[in-house]
Design a protein around this ligand. Structure first.
Ligand code: AGP
Length: 599
């Protein structure tokens, strides 16, 4: 998501802006830019991709001396991630950065075009700077012109604007998108869309209320409708990045409902699924799918195999990338080869992708990191838009991978006419409930905290489930073992009697995923078998279950995927609380790396 920074002061302005943007990187972005005003002249730089590209572009640009600057990382919504669409956007003599969405930008744009304004970008933001310059034409007071501009905007915004007509001044406004202003003892002023860039720089900060509009220079700070109240800024850089959560993993679990909306935005419509990244030609002639991935991404792939076969009626085969590499696989060119990777750098997955490309298959990456090696190699990529994931144990990346794959299965269902239109519409309706369901599911956190104390010993955990809840069981077991170092296995519930049940006793913990919408009675029988052998049972279900020693009650839902996402959150929170009680490093568990770039 987009990030904003601003600076007034005497220290090197470019570095202040770029360092500030770096603190906002975790929000995810696909281009970045800055505009700096020194001696009344504004210079602006933009670059697609990482901040390092912007640094490279500005390496000969010296910004010493007293001045002002604004900066932005853009996460594309209106228009592709290109340099022209990157912020700051410029008018004749002014520059603007903006977070949020201007809902009435089309009307404003039409009005401005009728007045002869030419637009350079496809963004909603650009209207702000042109509108300001039109308003400034008929007024001497530039703050009045700025207010008149802001008054005409519908939607959500955090806006910073600088203009050559008011050297040394930053105009700002906030509605629906966060913005904080900070100041240091030496008179510097900072702006940022979260407090992370201010920590260690500013001494105090004011968290602007919606509807605030104002301007600031090195001498004056003026806001309407009320003056800002500043509070001391506390904390270190690390806690700031964690946004008040104890761990990145916790923050990332809590972010899931928001990032899922990002994953869907512009793709899930009322009656259709749209992927700008692929077209009919790309999927033409495809009669089967092969998916390759590792770890958590492999679990997303396994989940997808149920969805593709059930909804799109297309045969799917899923392989662990490290196995695929050496099995001398038979590949046919009617196969779409999908790789799934959070990091986009996993060596085994990258190699599997290379093999598929060499065999002439069409390749598609489902990935969270733009410009990563996997993204660059694949024919097409669907980005999961989870934002940067810092916890080694993947959470929000998994959620968004599954979401993209569910969307993709409906995309194929439509093209292959394997589902009625009404049935697709129903699926889309349920899909749109997911963010709300995820938000509500967090209510279970306290219960997970309490229960965790009973699950710190024993000789092992079985996570069991059927259908899509089998890969979810695998994922639950992986989460637990990664951060608690306890032995855990995921199994299809029906498979226990074929061997694993031999381990059952009171010290074996069964975590039973018992959704009501899918094979409830079948799963229940399998859990009864384990209970009869004295295994300690924790059931996760919307229905109470007599034979369970513990239970976590989930909400009743009408669609298995809604139950899936709720149970996913339960597994994540439970694993995290167990690891916390065991005193483990939740974000950086022993022996593990976030990006596995070796074979
Ligand atoms: C997930 O919690 C793990 N840390 C790990 O299994 C991970 O999913 C795997 O290494 C694959 O990574 P990727 O998605 O970046 O390719």
């Amino acid at each position: 998501m987009c990030g904003i920074v601003g600076y007034i002061g005497k220290r090197e302005i470019k570095s202040r802006l770029i360092e500030g943007l770096r603190e906002l990187e975790y929000r995810g972005y696909d281009s970045a830019g800055i505009a700096v005003m020194l001696d009344g002249r504004i210079e602006s730089f933009k670059a697609v991709g990482k901040l390092s590209n912007l640094e490279e572009k500005t390496k000969d640009f010296a910004t010493n001396g007293s001045g002002i600057g604004i900066g932005h990382t853009r996460w594309a919504t209106h228009g592709k991630p290109t340099e022209l669409n990157a912020h700051p956007h410029m008018g004749e003599y002014s520059y603007v950065v903006h977070n949020g969405i201007i809902e009435n930008y089309r009307e404003i744009k039409e009005m401005l075009e009728e007045r002869g304004v030419t637009f350079l970008s496809q963004t909603d933001t650009e209207v702000i700077v042109h509108l300001f310059e039109i308003e400034a034409e008929c007024r001497d007071d530039l703050f009045e012109a700025f207010k008149a501009t802001i008054d005409q905007l519908d939607g959500a915004y955090a806006v910073l604007l600088i203009t050559q007509k008011a050297p040394g001044t930053i105009f700002f406004a906030r509605k629906g998108s966060p913005m904080i202003i900070g100041r240091s003892g030496s008179g510097e002023i900072f702006f940022a869309s979260s407090d992370a860039p201010l920590i260690g720089e500013a001494d105090e900060a004011a968290y602007m209320e919606d509807g605030t509009v104002g301007f600031v220079t090195s001498e004056t700070l003026y806001t309407e409708p009320e003056p800002l109240s500043f509070v001391p800024l506390q904390g270190d850089k690390m806690t700031a990045q964690k946004g008040g959560f104890r761990f990145f993993m916790e923050k990332e679990i809590y972010e899931q409902y928001e990032v899922m909306s990002d994953t869907m935005i512009g793709r899930v419509l009322d009656e259709d699924i749209v992927f700008e990244e692929i077209d009919d030609e790309f999927v033409d002639g495809i009669t089967r799918i092969k998916i390759c991935a590792c770890g958590t991404s492999y679990h997303a792939a396994l989940t997808a195999s149920y969805l593709f076969e059930r909804l799109s009626k297309i045969p799917v085969n899923v392989e662990i990338a490290s196995e695929f590499r050496y099995k001398e696989p038979l590949l046919t060119d009617d196969t779409l080869f999908i790789v799934i990777s959070q990091s986009g750098e996993t060596a085994d997955t990258l190699e599997a992708l290379r093999m598929a490309k060499e065999a002439g298959l069409k390749t598609l990456a489902v990935c969270n990191v733009d410009n990563s090696s996997i993204v660059r190699m694949a024919d097409a990529t669907i980005l999961t838009r989870a934002g940067i994931e810092k916890g080694v144990a993947s959470t929000k990346a998994f959620a968004t991978q599954v979401m993209v794959l569910w969307m993709l299965s409906l995309y194929f269902a439509k093209r292959r006419r394997s589902m009625e239109r009404e049935a697709i519409k129903d699926e889309l309706r349920f899909m749109s409930y997911v963010p709300k369901v995820l938000q509500k599911s967090l209510e279970v956190h306290e219960k997970c905290k309490r229960l965790s104390k009973r699950y710190l010993h024993g000789h092992g955990f079985f996570f069991i489930g059927r259908d899509i809840f089998y890969p979810l069981a695998l994922e639950g077991a992986l989460k637990l073992k990664e951060i608690s170092y306890l032995h855990a296995e995921g199994y299809p519930a029906g498979e226990m009697k074929h061997g694993p049940i031999a381990l059952a006793d009171a010290e074996l913990f069964t975590i039973a995923l018992m959704p009501k919408t899918l094979l409830y009675d079948k799963t229940k029988s399998n859990v009864e078998e384990l209970s009869a052998r004295d295994s300690t049972i924790l059931s996760i279900s919307p229905e109470m279950f007599d034979l369970a020693d513990d239970f976590i009650l989930t909400h009743p839902h009408k669609h298995p995927m809604l139950e899936f996402f709720e149970m996913m959150i339960v597994e994540q929170l439970l694993s995290m609380e167990i690891a916390v009680r065991l005193g483990n490093d939740v974000d950086m568990p022993r022996n593990l790396a976030k990006s596995v770039t070796v074979e």
